[in-house]
Design a protein around this ligand. Structure first.
Ligand code: ADP
Ligand code: MG
Length: 472
C-alpha cells in the first residue's frame, strides 16, 4: 500500500476547515443542499476521497463544485493533488448526470427527448429539509444591516416590502456583486414578515434550490404538488436568479410561477449578481417582466460603510479590545466585499484569542497577508468584462450574449482568457459569469486566444494593453 502515514484526526480537521471555506464561497444554501452531504473518507496517495450519498448528488457536485473544491484544498494542503467524489450507493450505474443536464436544459417541459430522460430511474436524491423553502439565518436582520450610500436604496426598498400591507412594487429586484448583502436583505425581509405578519406565507430559496426541486418533481412526476407549493405563497423570494440562465426548462417553470404570483398580487423579491438587462441566457420576455417593479442595485462599499460594518460586527463579537485603528486598517485594506471583510475580522479575533496576543495593526497585517495581497491587486471578472466591452466598443450585454458574430465572439474569448489568467476563478465559475456557459467553452476560448496570440500581433497588443489597463 502506498498510503502515506498521516494523522487521521488532522485529515478530518482539514475537511472541516475546508467546509467553512466552501460555505463562505458558495453560500449557505448551496452548501446545505449539496456540499454538506459529502462525507470525508480519507486521503490516499495524494487523493482526497469524498463520498456522496447518491450518484445524483455525486454528479451534481462533480459538475458544479469539484474544481473549486480541488483548488481550495490544494491551496490549504499542498499534499492534496486530486479530489475524488464517490457515490456510496449505486456507484457503478446511473447516468444521472446526463439526466439532470437533460432536464435542466430541455427546451421546455415536454420537449422531445426530455420526458424519458427525466423519468429514468435512479436513487432517491436527498433533500435537506422537508419543506420547500430554505432555513433563514437569524443573524440576517434589518437591525444588523449597516446602511451607507451604496446600499441605501436596496435597504429602503427591502424595508418597504417587509412593512407594507399593499404591494409597493412587484417584483423587487435586488442586484449587486457577491458579498454585498443581497442574501442578508432577503432573509431580513422574510424574518420581518414572519414576525409582524405571521399569517402571510413566506418562502425564500436560492434559484439553485428551485431548480433542484423542480427537477426532482419532474423525475417523480410530482410537478402538481411542486406548483401548488409555490402558488400558495404570499411572498416568494428567489435568490441568485442568474443561476437559471441557460437552464431552459427551469427558467420556463420559474416564469410561470412568477407570473402566477404577480398576477395574483402576491409579492415577489428576486436577487441576482447583475441587472435584469445584463442577465444573459434568460429569455427576453422574462427579463422584461423582471424589470417591471423596482430594480435596486447595491454598489461596492466605500470606506465609511466598511468601517461602520466593522464597528457593528466588532460589537456583536463582543471583542472590546479591538481598537479603531485596527478597524480603520481593515476597512482600508480589505475593500473587495463585506463577506471578505467579515472573514478578515473573524480571523484576526480568532487568532488573538488562540495565541493570546493583543490585536494590533502589525498582528493583523501578519494574519491577513494573503487577503491583503489579493485585495491589493484584485482584478475581478466583472472588471475584465467591463474593460473588454469598453475596449472593443461593445455593450456589456452584447459581450455576455449568445451571439456568435466574430466582432463579438472574439472579444468574448479575450475576456474569458483574461479572466482565467488574471483571476483565481475556475473554468466553471468563469463560464457561469459569462451567461452560464459551459467550462469547456471557456477552456476552448483560453486555448484559442493562446494560439492566436502567437500569430496575430495586433491581438497580442490588445491583450497587453488590456492587461495594463486592468492592473491599473
Ligand atoms: P450576497 O448575497 O450579496 O453575496 P450576503 O448577503 O451573503 O451577500 O453578505 C455577505 C456577508 O456580508 C453576510 O455575512 C452579511 O451579513 C454581510 N453584510 C453584507 N452587507 C452588509 C451590511 N450592509 N451590513 C452588515 N453586514 C453585511
Ligand atoms: Mg447571496
Amino acid at each position: 500500500m502506498n498510503r502515506r502515514p498521516v494523522d487521521p484526526v488532522d485529515e478530518a480537521g482539514q475537511w472541516t476547515r475546508l467546509q467553512e471555506y466552501l460555505k463562505a464561497e458558495f453560500g449557505r444554501d448551496a452548501f446545505e443542499t449539496w456540499l454538506s452531504k459529502l462525507e470525508f473518507k480519507g486521503i490516499d496517495a495524494g487523493t482526497a476521497v469524498l463520498a456522496a450519498p447518491s450518484p445524483f448528488i455525486r454528479d451534481w457536485i462533480q459538475r458544479h463544485y469539484l474544481s473549486r473544491i480541488k483548488e481550495t484544498w490544494a491551496r490549504n494542503n499542498a499534499a492534496v493533488l486530486d479530489v475524488q467524489v464517490l457515490a456510496t450507493t449505486g456507484a457503478a450505474r446511473s447516468t444521472m448526470g446526463e439526466e439532470i443536464a437533460a432536464a435542466a436544459d430541455a427546451q421546455a417541459p415536454g420537449a422531445p427527448g426530455a420526458p424519458e430522460a427525466m423519468t429514468a430511474r435512479g436513487d432517491l436524491p436527498v433533500v435537506s429539509d422537508d419543506s420547500y423553502g430554505s432555513p433563514l439565518d437569524p443573524r440576517y436582520t434589518f437591525d444588523s444591516f449597516v446602511v451607507g450610500k451604496s446600499n441605501e436604496l436596496a435597504y429602503a426598498a427591502a424595508r418597504r416590502v417587509a412593512e407594507a400591507s399593499e404591494l409597493p412594487f412587484n417584483p423587487l429586484f435586488l442586484h449587486g456583486g457577491v458579498g454585498l448583502g443581497k442574501t442578508h436583505l432577503m432573509h431580513a425581509i422574510a424574518s420581518e414578515v414572519r414576525r409582524k405578519q405571521p399569517e402571510r406565507k413566506v418562502m425564500y430559496m436560492s434559484a439553485e434550490k428551485f431548480m433542484f426541486q423542480f427537477i426532482t418533481a419532474l423525475r417523480y412526476k410530482d410537478t402538481v404538488a411542486f406548483k401548488k407549493q409555490f402558488r400558495a405563497v404570499d411572498l416568494l423570494m428567489i435568490d441568485d436568479v442568474q443561476f437559471i440562465a441557460n437552464k431552459n426548462s427551469t427558467q420556463e417553470e420559474f416564469f410561470h410561477t412568477f407570473n402566477a404570483l404577480v398576477d395574483n398580487r402576491r409579492q415577489v423579491v428576486l436577487s441576482a449578481d447583475r441587472s435584469p438587462t445584463d442577465l444573459t441566457g434568460i429569455e427576453e420576455r422574462i427579463i422584461s417582466r423582471l424589470g417591471w417593479g423596482l430594480v435596486a442595485d447595491i454598489h461596492p462599499t466605500d470606506y465609511e460603510l466598511r468601517f461602520g460594518i466593522l464597528q457593528s460586527k466588532a460589537e456583536q463579537l463582543k471583542c472590546i479590545d479591538i481598537g479603531s485603528d485596527v478597524l480603520e486598517f481593515l476597512a482600508r485594506r480589505i475593500s473587495s466585499n463585506v463577506r471578505e471583510l467579515e472573514g478578515a475580522l473573524n480571523r484576526v479575533v480568532a487568532y488573538a484569542t488562540l495565541v493570546g496576543r493583543p490585536i494590533s495593526i502589525d498582528m493583523s497585517r501578519d494574519v491577513l497577508q494573503d487577503l491583503i495581497r489579493a485585495n491589493d491587486r484584485k482584478v475581478t471578472i466583472d472588471a475584465i468584462q467591463r474593460q473588454v466591452a469598453d475596449y472593443y466598443n461593445l455593450r456589456l450585454s452584447e459581450l455576455l450574449s449568445a451571439r456568435r458574430a466574430r466582432n463579438i465572439a472574439r472579444p468574448r474569448q479575450v475576456a474569458m482568457y483574461l479572466s482565467k489568467r488574471m483571476t483565481a476563478r475556475s473554468l466553471p465559475e468563469i463560464g457561469r459569469k459569462f451567461g452560464g456557459r459551459d467550462h469547456t467553452t471557456v477552456m476552448h476560448a483560453v486555448k484559442k486566444v493562446d494560439d492566436l496570440r502567437r500569430t496575430d500581433s495586433s491581438l497580442d497588443d490588445d491583450i497587453h494593453r488590456l492587461s495594463r489597463l486592468l492592473e491599473g
